[in-house]
Design a binder for this molecule. Structure first.
Ligand SMILES: *Cc1c(COP(=O)(O)O)cnc(C)c1O
Length: 386
């Protein structure tokens, strides 16, 4: 299906809604039935019917259809956060005594789920270096049921070879899932490579305007139905119709936004790589990136993120750099219109907490939709402190 078909028509059913061009916000918790038979029919398939908005809601359903198609999946569920989608996917596929193989340094709350929450229910895990396919297979135990990927991964953007990971999962009968937030469905479609479940923090590129927190889980119909009937309905972390509508609005420009970020980020990364204040740049589409060939094989772009090690002798120099920036915002998250810096130095010197294991001269950049020369001026000014 064409991207334009998905973004402009799919799921919109305009003749039911006064031929409105913008979809309606069906702001209701409840739906009424004319007959008992209609009621019974709906109860027999709550995922496809409209009974109560914890299950399904027409505005949310339009979003689900578009997102499933964007990932090349049969169906999708949306959640009130990316963490909600991740925890549902993991909890829904393990039981006491099971083991999970997970790429090392996944998103921080995914790590917490595996390290702190699941052990309480007898589920164990092994973190592996995702760049080493042999290490992934070697970590599989007789009780392993789930392979959890995140590619690109963490602040340094290491990749996993997705085709090789799918082969390992199939050979050992594991459910494979991937956090595809960093790549976006525009640049990487893991379901086409055979991955079972694709997860997103939709807060980032999919909504793209830094005003909604939401999550996506895309998979085949059987997996979606299984997760809907139990984990989705019992854990209840749903997306409301008004937020779903905001995401639908944001989604219309997804390819434009992601491409613009990709182009600007690549240009800034190239300039930084040549700058004397910079020690190293991690960007999957720079030829200096160790997995550059793999990046080109399984992704068609990298979006707006990369990271940089600066040539700094003292953490105070990094502090001076961040304080001199006037156009980049100092913040977590990413995927919106605004460019951001996330310093690992922010995770140092916090009373009561250990310093981050990451070096303090490492900075993650997110390049938004601003004019690239306007951003570069800010960086050049900032880098005078080095
Ligand atoms: C932000 C993020 C999450 C968590 O998503 P929320 O929407 O904040 O719950 C998960 N994975 C990655 C890669 C993220 O960047």
């Amino acid at each position: 299906m064409h991207l334009s078909e998905i973004l402009n028509h799919l799921g919109e059913d305009r003749d039911r809604y006064f031929d409105a061009v913008a979809p309606p916000i069906i702001q209701t918790s409840n739906f009424a039935f004319r007959t008992l038979d209609e009621f019974r029919h709906a109860i027999s398939d709550e995922l496809e019917s409209h009974i109560y908005s914890r299950g399904n809601n027409p505005t949310v359903e339009i979003l689900r259809k578009k997102l499933a198609a964007l990932e090349g999946a049969e169906d999708a569920l949306v959640f009130s956060s990316g963490a909600g989608a991740i925890s549902t996917a993991v909890i829904g596929n393990v039981k006491s005594g099971d083991h999970v193989v997970c790429v090392q340094n996944p998103y921080s709350w995914t790590k917490t789920l595996l390290m702190k929450l699941l052990p309480r229910f007898g589920v164990t895990h092994t973190f592996v270096d995702g760049t080493d396919t042999a290490a992934i297979e070697a970590a599989v135990q007789p009780n392993t049921v789930l392979l959890y990927l995140e590619s690109p991964n963490s602040l340094t953007f290491e990749l996993q070879d997705l085709e090789a990971c799918v082969a390992i999962a199939k050979k050992h009968g594991l459910v494979s899932c991937i956090d595809n937030s960093y790549a976006s469905p525009i640049y990487q479609q893991p379901i086409k490579l055979g991955v079972d479940i694709v997860l997103h923090s939709g807060t980032k590129y999919l909504n793209g305007h830094s005003d909604v927190v939401f999550g996506l889980l895309a998979s085949n119909k059987a997996m979606i139905k299984k997760l809907f009937d139990l984990e989705f309905m019992t854990l209840g972390g749903i997306l409301g119709p008004h937020d779903a509508w905001l995401v639908l609005r944001g989604l219309r420009t997804l390819p434009l936004r992601v491409q613009r970020s990709h182009e600007s980020a690549l240009l800034i990364a190239q300039r930084l790589e040549a700058h004397p204040a910079v020690q190293k740049v991690n960007h999957p589409f720079l030829p200096s990136f160790p997995q550059y060939e793999l990046a080109k094989k399984q992704m068609t772009g990298a979006g707006g993120l990369f990271s940089v090690y600066f040539n700094a002798d003292r953490i105070e120099q990094m502090e001076a750099f961040f304080h001199s920036l006037q156009r980049f915002l100092l913040a977590v998250s990413w995927g919106g219109h605004e460019s951001l810096v996330l310093p690992s130095a922010a995770f140092y010197k916090i009373p009561g907490l250990p310093d981050s294991p990451l070096p303090w001269n490492l900075v993650r950049f997110y390049i938004g939709l601003e004019e690239v020369e306007w951003l570069w001026e800010d960086l050049e000014r900032g880098m005078r402190v080095f």
